[in-house]
Structures are given as structure tokens and as C-alpha cells.
Design a protein around this ligand. Structure first.
Ligand code: FRU
Length: 398
């Protein structure tokens, strides 16, 4: 039915489901030799609904094999976003159940590497009788489990601990700072190192309330003492993970075997929802390795695409220049405005008088732009009309 569009728009190396609607990445984990990408999925249509966990596996984070739905919506409710941990050879999923205006946290266990799950009989494991309480991310800290989960409409991240994933105790709350538009969703808290110092990064997506009041993701650099997250810097101004319109609900893998911190986001947004008439709706971003860099005495988060298909644009010293894709994507650097840009989306970036490189990842329906130091990123989904040429307009200065 959608043959021409399917052929035109199927991403070559970004994950998209064979058919139907997909949003957030869920339960990102490496377990027994496979990277698992679970995701918010509607098994019955191309629009959001009947939320379930779809499932794909990969050995290299680029070639994904889509499997059967892992956790289907049940009579007890829809399966919203969450995370996964490994425990005694099994995968335990910790997810939000959504039913009758209540969101509570539940667990389910898989002994066949995520192919099928059994819900815990005494679900929920955490219930505040709240309408907007969701998206648990669980990780190991010393000999305990820690969960970060949001009270979305209060702009609060709650931090809980547990010995057994079944009984949870509140440790602290962090919130009402940074960007507080829309609702907070999909938190993540993880360690990274810089010059031998360990810091913790807290990621929170929000929608709307991003840079152009769209769906966006902010991050906080701080410390975590096993109980409380304390930001290192002022939280008055938000720090953005991405300056484009289409990188939302990104979270990182648990148990990455090479000790890398890898993030995948949903390459779409609740505002634009721009998508062609294809058999599927939605794709994931390219996986990005996260790191830290010191910029004028403050630590910033960096992202480097984990893929071989990056195209490098060399910007000469003190010059403004751009490349074009197909006549309707322009991207480059403006030395006067001190920004990198993709179409109307801009990220502040001052290259001073240095030459520098931009890394570009282009697939059938997306452009992801990174500065070579990783401090800035712009991700957008684009759907060129069917049959349009995909020619590159070579680099030129302006
Ligand atoms: C984020 C989100 C989550 C929720 C899920 C529902 O995009 O709204 O907060 O769990 O999507 O599909």
C-alpha cells in the first residue's frame, strides 16, 4: 500500500520497525552478547496507541534484527517507557503501567534474553496513585538498585533505592530547575569521567518546553552520593543535549561491555510528528557515545556518533560555510553569528579563529550534525519529496 514511500524513506542504517508506530527507546541493555533495544510500540497501527514494548537486537549497535513484541499491552494496562537490568542470567524490565489515569511502576522477568517476559504477580512495585508518574530508569549502585523516575507535571525526578527491585524506598527528589515547560519525561542518571574525576550526568527530556518550545532533552552535570543528586553548576539556564527538533526521550545502555556510555533517542517529536505515509512511523537516532569535556572551566557533555557513515565538513579558519543536501537541507557554520546550523535550527558555537570539522550523519530521512569536539549536536528528521535527487551541494563559503 505504501510501496513507493517505503522504498524512498526506509532508513538504511537507523533502526525503524518493519511496520507500525514507534516512539521512545526502552530497556536499553547489553545482555549475553546482544544489545537490546526495546521501544514504545503500537502493534496495531501507524499512530500512537496500545503501547507495548517492541524489541530488536544487535551485535554492533548498527545492524538491528527486529523480534516479536516483548511485552504486549495487557488488560492491566498499557506498557509505557522504562528500563532493564540483568539479574541472575535474566533480564528484568522495570516499566510504567498506564491505566485509568494512574501510572505505576511494574516489573517483568525474561529468562530467554528478552524474547518473552513474565509479569511479576505482585505488580505494581511502586505506586503513588498518581496520574503522571513514569519512566523508571534503574541501575546498579554499590550493592543496591537505584531508580530515577519522574513526577512529570511537577518537574521532579524522584530517586529511589531497592535491594530486590520489588520494594522501593524514596531517597531524595531533584527538580523545578532548568527547563520546566510541558512535562518531564524519561530521566537517566549515569557516571562519566573527566581527568580522573567522576561526575554524574542527569538527563531529563521535556515536552513541550524545549528550545523552540518543542520536545527537547536537557542535562545536568553533578554528583551523586548514593542518595542525592547535587548539580555542580547553576541550573538557571538549561543545557541542551541537542539543538534540533528530533532527538527525544534518549536514554543510555546498562551494562555496555566496553564501558562506553551509549545513548539512543527517538528521532521524532511530539510537536512536529513529521512523518511520511509509510508502513512504519518513527526511527531511532544513531547511537552516540557520550563523554565530557572542560570548556572554560565548566564540564560539558559530548556526543560522538557510533557509526562509520559520517561525512566530514572542513570549515576553514574564521570562515562561514555550508553544504546542501538535495536543495532543502542546508547545514554549516556561520562565523558572524557564531552558530552551527541545520536549516532553521541553530546551536551556539564559537570556533574562534580555528579551522574545525563538522561530522554529518545522513540517512534517508534524517540529518545529524556534530561538532568534532562533540559539544554541539543538531538532529532533524526530513522527508524529501519522493523521487527528489539526493545530490550533495558541495561545500562553499558565504
Ligand atoms: C515520552 C513518553 C513517556 C511515556 C511514553 C508513552 O515520549 O511520553 O513519558 O512513558 O512516551 O508512549
Amino acid at each position: 500500500m505504501f510501496e513507493a514511500a517505503d522504498k524512498e524513506y526506509r532508513p538504511a542504517f537507523h533502526f525503524s520497525p518493519a511496520k507500525n508506530w514507534m516512539n521512545d527507546p526502552n530497556g536499553l541493555i547489553w545482555h549475553k552478547g546482544e544489545y537490546h533495544l526495546f521501544f514504545q510500540y503500537n502493534p496495531f497501527g501507524r499512530e500512537w496507541g496500545h503501547m507495548s514494548w517492541g524489541h530488536a537486537v544487535s551485535k554492533d549497535l548498527l545492524n538491528w534484527e527486529e523480534l516479536e513484541v516483548a511485552i504486549p499491552e495487557g488488560k492491566d494496562g498499557a506498557i509505557f517507557s522504562g528500563s532493564a537490568v540483568s539479574l541472575n542470567d535474566e533480564i528484568v524490565a522495570i516499566y510504567t503501567r498506564d491505566k485509568d489515569q494512574i501510572q505505576d511502576q511494574c516489573i517483568a522477568t525474561s529468562s530467554d534474553s528478552g524474547r518473552t517476559f513474565k509479569k511479576y504477580i505482585d505488580n505494581p512495585v511502586l505506586d503513588l496513585r498518581m496520574e503522571h508518574f513514569r519512566d523508571p530508569k534503574v541501575f546498579r549502585y554499590n550493592d543496591k538498585w537505584i531508580m530515577v523516575v519522574v513526577k512529570s507535571r511537577e518537574f521532579v525526578v524522584c530517586i529511589y533505592e531497592s535491594e530486590d527491585l520489588k520494594s522501593w524506598t524514596l531517597l531524595s527528589e531533584f527538580g523545578k530547575v532548568g527547563a520546566t515547560g510541558g512535562q518531564w519525561e524519561c530521566p537517566d542518571l549515569f557516571p562519566l569521567e573527566i581527568n580522573g574525576e567522576q561526575v554524574r550526568v542527569l538527563i531529563v527530556s521535556l515536552s513541550p518546553g524545549g528550545i523552540k518550545n518543542n520536545s527537547g532533552t536537557q542535562y545536568f552535570i553533578g554528583n551523586f552520593d548514593g542518595r542525592t543528586f547535587t548539580p555542580k553548576y547553576s541550573t538557571d539556564e538549561p543545557r541542551w543535549l541537542d539543538y534540533g527538533s528530533d532527538n527525544y526521550a534518549g536514554v543510555t545502555f546498562n551494562n555496555e561491555p566496553n564501558n562506553r556510555r551509549i545513548l539512543i533517542g527517538w528521532m521524532n517529536s511530539w510537536q512536529q510528528k513529521e512523518h511520511a505515509e509509510t508502513s512504519w512511523t518513527g526511527a531511532m537516532t544513531i547511537p552516540r557515545e557520550l563523554g565530557l569535556v572542560d570548556v572554560n572551566g565548566e564540564i560539558e557533555l559530548t556526543q560522538t556518533p557510533v557509526c562509520e557513515a559520517t561525512y566530514t565538513v572542513e570549515i576553514p579558519a574564521a570562515a562561514s560555510g555550508e553544504i546542501g543536501l538535495n536543495g532543502f537541507v542546508r547545514l554549516g557554520y556561520d562565523a558572524q553569528k557564531k552558530i552551527i546550523f541545520v536549516n532553521d535550527f541553530e546551536a551556539p558555537y564559537d570556533a574562534g579563529n580555528r579551522a574545525f570539522k563538522l561530522l554529518v550523519v545522513v540517512d534517508r530521512t534524517s540529518v545529524e550534525l556534530f561538532t568534532e569536539d562533540g559539544t554541539r549536536c543538531i538532529t532533524i528528521a526530513v522527508f524529501p519529496p519522493i523521487g527528489s535527487s539526493r545530490e550533495l551541494i558541495p561545500f562553499h563559503t558565504f
